[in-house]
Write a protein that binds this ligand. Structure first.
Ligand code: ZN
Length: 135
């Protein structure tokens, strides 16, 4: 399935550098310890601008999902229908990711199931993070 190729900016570069090394890192507030994703300039809870990068385990659960049948993203139209699941991170379930759940057929998503992060090649030297159901 063709994926969107990420364009890293100054804020997200540490995240994508880690993904390219098959590691999942999130911003962690040095004030209140909140993890957050996607990267932002300040803590979404307390506004602290002192954020550090912390590696997380890459384990999560499927909160809910939809199936994209009639999306308008041209690149992805040939793949329709495809899953779009909302993943909660086990270390902090308020941190969410979207996933196409590679390996899980459309409409067959086991809501509540455990998932773990995986990394897929999307371009030379560029990986992206995805999530797969743990069997
Ligand atoms: Zn904070």
């Amino acid at each position: 399935m063709p994926k969107l190729i990420p364009v890293a900016d100054e804020l997200s570069k540490p995240f994508w550098d880690a993904v390219n090394a098959k590691r999942l890192v999130l911003q962690r507030c040095t004030g209140c310890s909140k993890l957050q994703y996607p990267p932002q300039k300040t803590c979404q809870v307390c506004g602290n601008a002192a954020l550090e990068w912390k590696e997380v385990s890459g384990k999560g659960h499927i909160a809910t999902y939809i199936v994209i049948e009639d999306g308008r993203l041209n690149r992805r139209m040939p793949d329709q229908p495809y899953n779009l699941a909302l993943i909660t991170l086990d270390e902090d379930p308020t941190v969410n990711f979207y996933s196409n759940l590679p390996g899980t057929p459309p409409y067959k998503v086991p809501v509540g199931a455990a998932v773990e992060v995986t990394f897929e090649d999307v371009a030379p030297g560029q990986l992206i993070h995805e999530w797969c159901v743990v069997n």
